[in-house]
Design a protein around this ligand. Structure first.
Ligand code: G
Ligand code: G
Ligand code: MN
Ligand code: NA
Length: 256
């Protein structure tokens, strides 16, 4: 079966779903859930489970990413709003945008529609953008980010450290969060260069007024290092794996 063809029918066949990975604030003592990231999953009739790292680049190429991305935005906003109503938990939901979506002339309107149709307050939606997306065309990026900021959503730089950000551009964009790529977290606390890089990223982000989220935190040692370096929030298996909707509901319903 050709994967592109199968993907074309995935939305209609309800083969796509979102998992949610909680993230935690770690500067106030105990780790407290402060948000979640929506992560796309495809379980197809014909191909079984296909990893996003396989099908998202493909969807970028054939343009399906626009439809899929719209579905993700709508689903994530409706889900976050439903959980807000049911659990009183006003947890922001982060949605990953692809490069093609970010360049799409309809993006801003699509975000507005998702917020309006779901009723989710704009500050509870975060959009994750990669460095390379931001740096592609700085003028256009600035315009798009300003329009998104005007709606009231939060903006995060995803996979930070793996691209080639110009610091002066970063400073001039209206961003809220910087997410340190998990490749730098993996070697903490022993690896000297990872430790130095992470320390530098946190200091730089704070200087620019951005909050820092470390990704891929798997061990208590990594957490202790990040805490000591004043990292604001963490995401990773140490705190929680990405959870299917039913598991996320159990998670939200648990005491504490
Ligand atoms: O969840 P997992 O580790 O398999 O995700 C792999 C990659 O797929 C990550 O880089 C993540 O950012 C990306 N990804 C997950 N969900 C989405 C989505 O809804 N849209 C886009 N554009 N990328 C996503
Ligand atoms: O590129 P992005 O940051 O959006 O990708 C997030 C991906 O990282 C998800 O696919 C998720 O499954 C994965 N992930 C989340 N926590 C961990 C972790 O602690 N370790 C590893 N190896 N991967 C993680
Ligand atoms: Mn992400
Ligand atoms: Na990332």
């Amino acid at each position: 079966v050709e994967i592109g063809n199968a993907l074309r029918h995935a939305i209609r066949l309800a083969e796509l779903s979102l998992h949610y990975q909680p993230r935690a604030s770690v500067q106030g003592g105990a780790a407290v859930t402060v948000g979640m990231e929506a992560l796309l999953r495809w379980d197809g009739q014909l191909l079984g489970r296909v990893a996003p790292s396989e099908f998202i680049p493909l969807a970028e190429q054939n343009g399906l990413i626009l439809q899929i991305g719209q579905w993700v935005l709508e689903r994530a906003c409706h889900q976050a709003q439903a959980w807000r109503a049911r659990h009183g938990a006003a947890l922001p939901v982060a949605v990953n945008l692809s490069a093609r979506q970010f360049r799409d002339a309809d993006l801003v309107r699509m975000v507005e529609v998702a917020l309006q149709s779901s009723g989710l307050p704009p500050h509870l939606l975060e959009l994750e953008l990669t460095e390379s997306m931001l740096m592609q065309d700085a003028r256009r990026t600035r315009r798009t980010l300003a329009a998104l900021k005007a709606i009231g959503v939060r903006l995060a730089v995803d996979d930070f450290g793996t691209g080639y950000s110009s610091l002066s551009y970063l400073k001039s964009f209206p961003l809220d969060y910087l997410k340190i790529d998990r490749s730098f977290v993996a070697g903490l606390p022993q690896d000297r260069s990872d430790a130095a890089i992470v320390r530098a990223i946190i200091a730089m982000a704070h200087t620019l007024g951005l909050k820092v989220i470390a990704e891929g935190v798997e061990t208590a040692g990594q957490l202790a290092f990040l805490r000591a370096q004043q990292c604001d929030e963490i995401q990773g298996y140490w705190f929680s794996r990405p959870l299917a909707v039913a598991d996320m509901e159990t998670y939200l319903g648990r005491p504490g």
